[in-house]
Write a protein that binds this ligand. Structure first.
Ligand code: DX5
Ligand code: ZN
Length: 218
């Protein structure tokens, strides 16, 4: 059956040591590295600009998955592509023209993702799938790590799986993914699981093995 990828989110990592954290989590089994970009406008938190993402790039050996929780988004796509993102995911709610946004991401040569907040129906991406390499289903309201999984999204994941069929489009789930909720989202049809607190909590770069244990438990 589908092989599940784990994408640790560095939002839950040590903000004073991203290079080491990225290398540690990749050495211990991360399939992708999930970078949460927040602008303090689309979401109530502020994180990484293009210069920071550029600084992360040399430390990422797997796949740099950049989640843009910003609005407006089009003006920054080029900069995050230049910074080295492998996948650029924009929110369908970030503006009136998500179709054009996805075209702009594809034009950079990067993979393109579209993200849905918990309140957004799956139909919102129906006419965008032809441009997508991935659909991200938020299972928390974006802005912070360590929040509670929103179970109503399981139905959305299953419906999205039905909509996608066997097209090569990833379903990524993001927020509150842990050993309890991971099997539920995998069963519903997700194949890329983002996990921040479930990977980084209780560990540190100075305790080899903890990140690996946490990743394998998901
Ligand atoms: C939330 C971010 C998520 C978050 C996940 O806005 O998009 O990627 O970092 O953190 P956990 O896994 O702790 O919910
Ligand atoms: Zn995210």
């Amino acid at each position: 059956d589908r092989n599940i990828k784990i994408a640790p989110s560095i939002l839950s990592a040590d903000f004073a040591d991203f290079g080491r954290e990225i290398r540690a989590v990749e050495a211990e089994g991360a399939d992708w590295v999930h970078i949460d970009v927040m602008d303090g406008h689309f979401v109530p938190n502020l994180t990484f600009g293009p210069p920071a993402v550029k600084a992360f790039r040399p430390h990422v050996k797997t796949f740099m998955d950049v989640h843009l929780m910003i609005a407006p988004v089009d003006a920054y796509i080029e900069a995050y592509a230049e910074a080295g993102a492998d996948m650029i995911t924009a929110h369908v709610e970030a503006g009136p023209h998500p179709h054009r946004t996805l075209q702009a991401i594809k034009a950079t040569g990067k993979q393109a993702g579209i993200a849905l907040n918990p309140g957004t129906p799956v139909e919102a991406v129906e006419y965008l799938l032809s441009l997508c390499d991935m659909v991200l289903v938020m299972t928390v309201n974006p802005g912070f790590g360590g929040q509670k999984f929103i179970h109503s999204q399981l139905d959305k994941i299953a419906r999205l799986r039905g909509m996608i069929g066997d097209r090569p489009i990833h379903i990524q789930v993001d927020g509150g993914v842990d050993p309890k909720t991971a099997p539920l989202v995998a069963k519903a049809g997700a194949d890329v699981l983002v996990a921040g607190s479930a990977v980084f909590k209780g560990g540190s770069v100075d305790q080899p093995g903890v990140y690996g244990e946490n990743i394998r438990s998901i």
